[in-house]
Design a protein around this ligand. Sequence first.
Ligand code: ATP
Length: 200
Amino acid sequence: MFKIGLTGGIGSGKTQVANQLATLGATVIDTDEIAHALTAPGGQAIEAIRQAFGEQAIAADGAMDRDFMRALVFEQPQARRELEAILHPLIGQVVQQASAVASGQYVVFVVPLLVESGRWRERVDRICVVDCEPETQVQRVMQRSGLSRERIEQIMGVQASRAKRLACADDVIDNGADVSCEALSEQVLGLHRQWCNLDK
Ligand code: ATP
């Protein structure tokens, strides 16, 4: 099946685009959602995280303590690698299972750090980047989550730059500050039609 990798920085609009593609008939596999499920209470990654990082890494409800782990991986690159070594193989398994039963016209993998990952770049037929100005990312995420500007800029700092992302793109969706939801939707529909034809 034809495989699209959908990526973009934090707050760029990936989820909004992916939701529309799903309603149009694509099979959407969101690696962020998978990572969340793996680290939710009773998730497959919880015991390995407990063993690697201790009880402090697990919140009272049994989920991974996201605030604790976020702070840890920002401070310690080795901790980031350890967490990735736990999560990536599990995410890979779930992705494979979901791909095997995909019944859409094509598959869309939503991968926030696709450009940063050689493995993901090899796995997809086309890379689609949802693009907007860095300031728009900050504004959208502040509105959505209440995270501070400083925190958001810190997260953006470890993601690929806008230029690097665009350099890898086969398709670009413009979701800048002046792009309305309707204008975004038009672009998504246009790409969906193209991708359905490429599949044949
Ligand atoms: P993350 O990487 O943080 O998961 P994302 O790339 O999936 O973010 P979305 O969640 O789709 O981004 O969008 C971020 C926020 O901006 C959401 O609240 C969304 O509703 C809003 N948004 C996205 N695009 C537009 C737009 N064109 N007009 C208005 N609001 C938008």
